[in-house]
Design a protein around this ligand. Structure first.
Ligand SMILES: [Mn+2]
Length: 314
């Protein structure tokens, strides 16, 4: 990463009295941790800052992050910042609001992000968007205190799968954040290792109905499953988010796919590759995006149609 995009973002934020930070729809710990950490840093410099996400849904486990009780509608701001959003569409109902700002900063690490700000800081080599936010905070000269370190660590530990696919820089960053007071053990427990017991029956249903397609992807194999709204039962949408990490452990399938039904009957597909199939390309074909080994897209229709459309492209 060159220093200049970081410096350009810091310059755009420097002295801005009002900043509206936008997180993506169905927010995860990386987008929320990025937004909350950036807001803390800017507020410490005297700025008025809002942190917003489209829709009512917050994932479980983020309640202990500083500011997690303070998400609001976007304020009228001089500068808008989108964090961890691979495209403007990821802002859903807040997209037009964001795009109306004359100064728009995009901070993201998705390889498929083509840039939709007036100032873009996009680095696919970053483990998490919080890694890029930390670079911006450093460029602003703001000290990272314990609560800010928590927010940054939350994005890092989740986006690296508990550091399983972290770069060396991710470990260096983790050491710095833990030394600054991040509650690593508690955050891992809350964000990754806590489920209501109803989650167990959902896992059983979804993994029990997993289907293998050995001939897919030039014989390298696909395993896929479906998580219908009824499989989730009383659980929220985010309960299904970690299922793909179980599916993708199939030892004889290079690619894993999970089709998740929202309460509104729409579908989101999560794709993972074990080694070297570029699933972001597959996702892009359906209007989605992501990383080479982890990507996704949205779809509408019956489950049979959605799955058949995907299988036709494997
Ligand atoms: Mn991320």
């Amino acid at each position: 990463m060159t220093a200049s995009p970081v410096a350009a973002v810091a310059a755009a934020l420097h002295g801005a009295p009002r900043v509206a930070v936008y997180c993506h729809v169905r927010p995860d710990a990386d987008t929320l941790g990025s937004g909350l950490a950036l807001a803390r840093a800017l507020r410490s410099r005297g700025a008025d800052v809002s942190v917003s996400h489209p829709g009512p849904d917050l994932p479980s486990g983020i309640g202990s992050l500083a500011g997690a009780d303070g998400f609001t509608d976007p304020i009228d701001a001089d500068v808008a910042v989108a964090v961890d959003c691979a495209s403007a569409e990821r802002l859903a109902g807040l997209e037009q609001r964001f795009l109306a700002h004359p100064v728009r900063v995009v901070i993201d690490h998705h390889a498929t992000n083509g840039g939709f700000g007036t100032v873009d800081l996009i680095d696919p080599a970053a483990n998490s968007t919080t890694e890029l936010v930390l670079a911006v905070i450093d460029a602003l000269g703001v000290e990272v205190d314990g609560p800010t370190a928590d927010c940054l660590y939350a994005g890092l530990v989740t986006d690296t799968g508990s550091f399983r696919w972290s770069s060396p820089q991710g470990h260096v960053m983790a050491a710095r954040l833990l030394a600054a007071g991040a509650r690593g053990r508690e955050l891992s427990r809350d964000l990754l290792d806590t489920h209501p017991r109803a989650w167990f029956s959902m896992v059983a249903a979804v993994l029990g109905s997993a289907t293998a397609v050995p001939e897919a992807f030039d014989g390298r194999g696909l395993v896929y499953s479906v998580c219908r709204a009824v499989d989730r039962g009383p659980l929220g949408w985010d309960a299904a988010e970690s299922l793909i990490d179980l599916l993708r452990t199939a030892d004889d399938c290079e690619v894993a796919a999970l089709f998740k039904e929202s309460d509104g009957g729409e579908w989101s597909a999560s794709l993972r590759a074990r080694a070297d199939v570029d699933v972001s390309e597959v996702a892009r074909g359906f209007g989605g995006g992501g990383h080479r080994l982890a990507a996704g897209y949205s779809a509408a229709g019956t489950v049979d149609d959605v799955v058949a459309a995907f299988l036709a492209h494997t």
